[in-house]
Design a protein around this ligand. Structure first.
Ligand SMILES: Cc1cc2nc3c(=O)[nH]c(=O)nc-3n(C[C@H](O)[C@H](O)[C@H](O)COP(=O)(O)O)c2cc1C
Length: 147
């Protein structure tokens, strides 16, 4: 299996509708294609981890790259993995105005992701570093960085 991690910038602050559309497509397609992972969005920045069979990950990443809601995709070199980090599809937001996790989009709170970090780190140090860096990039997420 292949695991791919990337960061990107929203071309404008994503609205609730933008996120709902992304999440809807991800739920529908990723389940069908056996792709699991994590999508986080905060304040114009996306972090996504995709994992699954090589061709499935390549296909979904190809569609993601074409989406003009974001730009400046920076992906890490993909890794071959035996185990999934995520059993399902997870989307986590912290958007104080419209979304704060566990809402009706089914997004998890960032706090739940933070609590999962030790497990993530044990399986993939690099993924854990990226999630931690994501939290520490935003001053308003300071409580999640554990410092
Ligand atoms: C940051 C971001 C993450 C996305 N993640 C996924 C994803 O995990 N799976 C997916 O199918 N589409 C994802 N999309 C949406 C795709 O770009 C595309 O709109 C969608 O796959 C089209 O699906 P459809 O042909 O079923 O409508 C994402 C888009 C963005 C901007």
């Amino acid at each position: 299996m292949k695991r791919l991690i990337y960061l990107s910038s929203a071309v404008r602050l994503a609205t609730r509708d933008d996120l709902a559309r992304i999440l809807g497509a991800a739920r529908r397609n990723n389940r069908r294609d056996g792709v699991t992972g994590l999508l986080m969005y905060h304040d114009g920045t996306f972090l996504q981890i995709l994992e699954g069979e090589e061709e499935a990950v390549d296909r979904v990443f190809g569609r993601i790259a074409l989406n003009d809601l974001h730009r400046g995709i920076q992906s890490l070199p993909p890794t071959q993995v035996r185990e999934r980090l995520f059993a399902d599809w997870t989307m986590a937001f912290a958007n104080p105005d419209t979304l704060c996790g566990d809402d009706d989009l089914g997004a998890k709170a960032f706090e739940a992701v933070r609590q999962d970090l030790d497990r993530i780190e044990a399986l993939d140090k690099r993924a854990a570093i990226f999630v931690r860096t994501f939290f520490s990039t935003f001053r308003d997420l300071g409580s999640l960085t554990g410092v």
